[in-house]
Design a protein around this ligand. Structure first.
Ligand SMILES: Nc1ncnc2c1ncn2[C@@H]1O[C@H](COP(=O)(O)OP(=O)(O)O)[C@@H](O)[C@H]1O
Ligand SMILES: [Mg+2]
Length: 360
């Protein structure tokens, strides 16, 4: 049927067509809204039944099950968006690799996880869980890891948007790509959307070029739209350079929480060390001593340390042909080669930023 083509159909034609097929009368306005949905339904039904379903069948089925058909189409569209955006599932166990003392686990638990998992109680007290948050802190402190852990413990999709993805079609298209991604995101449910290296997108408009300004302005529009959306969506942006962000974005009303992720204390290191130790071929190791020896190390430093130790053990055993077990002595050989990456200046700056920018 040639007259299916959307552009050619006036509202009156839509109403006439639907009436002809189904015997149901709709006003032209409603009919012109229904017509594209009927065509979508025809297409989806054909996909589902693996054969071409006629327009008549699709139209009657759509009108009989309008609500259900709409839900099905949304779910189908969501699947497409999830695939296109590279959505991943994250194991619940990632959450357990973070110690309660590792900032900001407690805060995230109280402000984000519990209000979502204890829905009845949060509704009762009028607690509205945050939808837009910023993590800031020096590199390697576990910001990305945290976002994954949140997606894992909530059993939500994890979708990472790298600034490079938005830049793929050239600098002039960044704003448009960002808008399109945010529009798609608003159709999702149960999803954590993560924008890493946020300062690359949301740099200060005072210092930025014309293009940067348009991106920041787009963000200023998109972030509040996400907040008014009823779906379960959490937007997390991470940056190593909170000072570079545009001040307008940091004002209340855009991001619900601005959360520092800083250095590890002994207990934080202990949990991460236990996690990585469990993967080694090891002899007896005094964990508390190792915790002392790794003072000042970030999660990234610890991860690197364990790569080096594992490689060392592997090479030793390859050379000697004898079972090599990692001990504290192995660590003491490798540790001097790995300096903690956080300098005193970095820690001092971070502490200042924490006072200036944090908002929970
Ligand atoms: N609690 C943790 N347990 C185990 N590994 C961790 C933990 N926190 C971070 N890591 C690891 O340390 C590295 C650096 O963390 P990442 O989240 O990428 O830091 P950031 O995003 O702040 O630069 C990552 O490879 C990550 O898997
Ligand atoms: Mg990161």
């Amino acid at each position: 049927m040639n007259d299916q083509s959307l552009e050619d159909m006036t509202p009156d034609m839509c109403a006439a067509k639907i009436f002809e097929i189904s015997g149901e009368k709709f006003t032209p306005e409603i009919a012109s809204d229904l017509w594209p949905k009927i065509l979508q339904h025809k297409w989806l039904l054909s996909e589902k039944l693996l054969r071409d379903v006629g327009l008549r069948t699709a139209c009657i089925d759509y009108i009989d099950h309008m609500e259900q058909a709409h839900k099905e189409f949304m779910a189908y569209q969501r699947k497409d968006i999830l695939a296109e955006m590279g959505a991943q599932t994250i194991s619940r166990e990632v959450w357990d690799t973070i110690s309660d003392s590792q900032p900001p686990k407690k805060l995230v638990q109280q402000k984000i996880i519990l209000p979502l998992t204890e829905k009845g109680l949060s509704d009762k007290h009028g607690v509205v869980p945050p939808k837009t948050i910023i993590f800031f802190g020096p590199p390697g402190t576990g910001k990305t890891h945290f976002v994954k852990a949140i997606a894992g413990i909530l059993s939500w999709w994890y979708i990472e948007i790298a600034p490079s993805m938005l830049m793929a079609d050239g600098v002039d298209k960044i704003g448009a790509n960002l808008r399109s991604i945010m529009e798609k995101s608003r159709n999702l449910d149960d999803a954590v959307i993560f924008i890493d290296e946020f300062e690359e997108l949301a740099g200060s408009r005072d210092e930025g070029s014309r293009v940067d300004k348009s991106i920041t302005n787009e963000l200023l529009k998109q972030v509040p739209l996400l907040k008014t959306n009823k779906n379960n969506i959490l937007l997390v942006c991470a940056t190593n350079y909170i000072r570079k962000l545009d001040a307008a974005l940091l004002r209340p009303g855009r991001f619900d929480c601005i959360i520092p992720v800083g250095e590890l204390d002994a207990s934080g290191r202990k949990t991460i060390l236990e996690h990585y130790l469990s993967k080694l071929n090891r002899g007896h190791i005094n964990l508390d001593q190792l915790v002392e020896l790794t003072f000042g190390y970030t999660p990234a430093d610890i991860e690197y340390l364990f790569h080096q130790v594992a490689q060392f053990a592997f090479e030793r055993e390859y050379e000697t042909g004898q079972d090599y077990r990692v001990t504290l002595d192995t660590f003491q050989q490798i540790l001097p080669k790995i300096r903690p990456s956080l300098t005193d200046e970095m820690i001092e700056e971070f502490q200042k930023d924490s006072l200036t920018y944090s908002r929970a």
